[in-house]
Design a protein around this ligand. Structure first.
Ligand code: PMT
Length: 451
């Protein structure tokens, strides 16, 4: 059974040493990722003879480190950056030789070097021949790692070994190792929020091009409602959240239409931009996109409403500048709920676009749950705009993702770009699922669209 997301936002270094069990570390990497972790592979030179760097790099999207003398492209020392940013280092499999080196602080490989330099929890899963594991030297090293260094030891299991013998030495079940990582990290704060403090990803491959061929519509920034020709009612949206989503979608190969209200950040060049000021103008821009497809077909795959849309506007904006006086009372009227209206129209399109709303809340999530249902969206990104570092104008955000058909996910404080990347992970999966269903020719496919 998997528990998706328990390592969400975490950065885990996976140390692989030269045991035949090294082939299992590839699957361990996948299981850590399935829990939401970003993984950095570290290998001893011998481990590179058992498992290819290419395999680990293709899966982790990060250069694997195997040379303790190598520098990162930007000149930083790789194993120190890993040591300083990892939320945990898990060494699996750990050979007898590596246990001996670690117990004696001999930092001749990237894994021992990172373990010596880190204050993160270290989890060690030994794997070797049964007699080697039983040897007093190995046992003394394991005891030292556990009792003096405070490392978690995931004891090997009994079973058939590569030598043909049966004994204690088989690498522990991967689920046990993942559990040990989750437990060791516990509720410690994330050590390095954001990519800048972590080792780099592989250049040019920030994410898979999993939105290639998709058309994503994003709204960003705040709307302004005129009081008179010089004054307006506005809000604190900077546009950072919506623009981060637009940029992340572009990087994943999507065609992006960005409807931007008032923003304080530069807009990406490669997106199709519609500038709007008021809620009414935003409504017109959305209606245009909703009608853009040929007769009943959707002209886009997903709508993500990150814009902060005014809920009220002056009923009768003045045509001329209002004169200064002793007092002014504004008569406000509610604006239309554009997202709810878009949902009603979009539900009649084929294939049905995925609709994502945002909810700016202060404190409890109760109102966000109510908004999810009332607006009829597939996903609702709720952010607490009263929390420091979250919501309006910040570079970071802490969100809870609510879904009409899945449990709520509370994400840690992340950069807005990371929130965008994760949101698009969920969106890409939903689009793939949607189209998988569409290809089966289900009976709810409208007759006119069946081929
Ligand atoms: O731009 P930043 O400075 O980066 O800040 C990001 C953000 C805080 C603006 C963003 O993360 C966010 O929360 N955006 C939604 C703000 C908002 O309008 O929340 P709401 O709870 O009032 O509205 C819920 C949803 O309905 C939103 O998707 C909104 O776009 C939409 N809405 C609201 C009112 C309205 N009249 N029509 C709408 O479509």
């Amino acid at each position: 059974m998997t528990h998706a997301g328990r390592l969400s936002g975490r950065f885990v270094a996976l140390g692989i040493t030269g045991s035949i069990a090294a082939y299992k570390s590839v699957e361990l990497l996948r299981q850590l990722q399935a829990e939401g972790a970003e993984v950095q592979a570290l290998l001893t030179p011998t481990a590179t003879r058992f498992v290819a760097l290419l395999t680990l790099e293709a899966l982790s999207h990060r250069p694997a480190e195997s040379d303790v003398m190598a520098l990162l492209p930007d000149g930083r020392i790789g194993h120190i950056v890993t040591a300083d940013s990892a939320d945990a280092i898990v060494v699996a499999p750990a050979t007898a030789h590596w246990l001996g080196a670690m117990a004696n602080g001999l930092a001749a490989d990237v894994i021992t070097a990172a373990c010596l330099a880190t204050s993160a929890p270290v989890i060690v899963a030994p794997a070797m021949d049964g007699d080697m594991y039983a040897h007093p030297a190995t046992q003394a090293n394991v005891t030292r790692l556990r009792d003096q260094f405070g490392y978690t030891i995931v004891e090997p299991e009994t079973g058939p070994l590569a030598s043909g013998q049966t004994g204690v030495g088989r690498l522990a079940e991967l689920a046990r190792i993942v559990e040990a990582v989750v437990t060791a990290i516990g509720d410690r704060p994330i050590r390095a929020v954001g990519d800048a403090d972590r080792p780099p990803r592989l250049a040019g491959r920030p994410r898979d091009a999993d939105l290639d061929g998709r058309h994503i519509v994003v709204t960003a920034g705040g709307t302004r409602e005129a009081i008179d020709p010089v004054r307006f009612i506005g809000n604190r949206s900077s546009g950072k959240m919506g623009v981060a989503i637009a940029e992340a979608a572009l990087d994943r190969g999507a065609r992006v239409s960005l409807i931007a209200g008032s923003v304080e950040v530069a807009l990406p060049d490669a997106v199709e931009i519609t500038r709007v000021e008021s809620t009414a103008e935003l409504g017109v821009a959305l209606a245009t996109l909703l009608q853009a497809g040929p007769a009943g077909r959707a002209g886009f795959d997903a709508l993500i409403m990150a814009a902060a849309v005014a809920d009220f506007r002056p009923r009768h904006p003045a045509r001329a500048k209002l004169r200064r006086g002793s007092a002014l009372t504004l008569d406000l009227e509610p604006t239309p709920d554009l997202l709810a209206e878009a949902v009603v129209v979009a539900r009649h399109l084929w294939p049905t676009p995925i609709l994502v709303g945002f909810a700016a809340e202060t404190g409890s999530l109760e109102r966000a749950v109510e908004k999810l249902q009332r607006k009829g969206v597939d996903l609702l990104v709720a952010n607490d705009v009263a929390e420091a570092g979250s919501g309006f104008g910040t570079d970071t955000n802490r969100i809870t993702l609510l879904a009409a058909d899945a449990a709520a996910e509370a994400w840690p404080l992340l950069t807005k770009r990371e929130v965008a990347d994760r949101l698009l992970d969920r969106l890409a999966a939903r689009l793939d699922a949607r189209d998988g269903v569409a290809q089966t020719g289900r009976s709810d496919v409208p007759q006119e669209f069946r081929s």
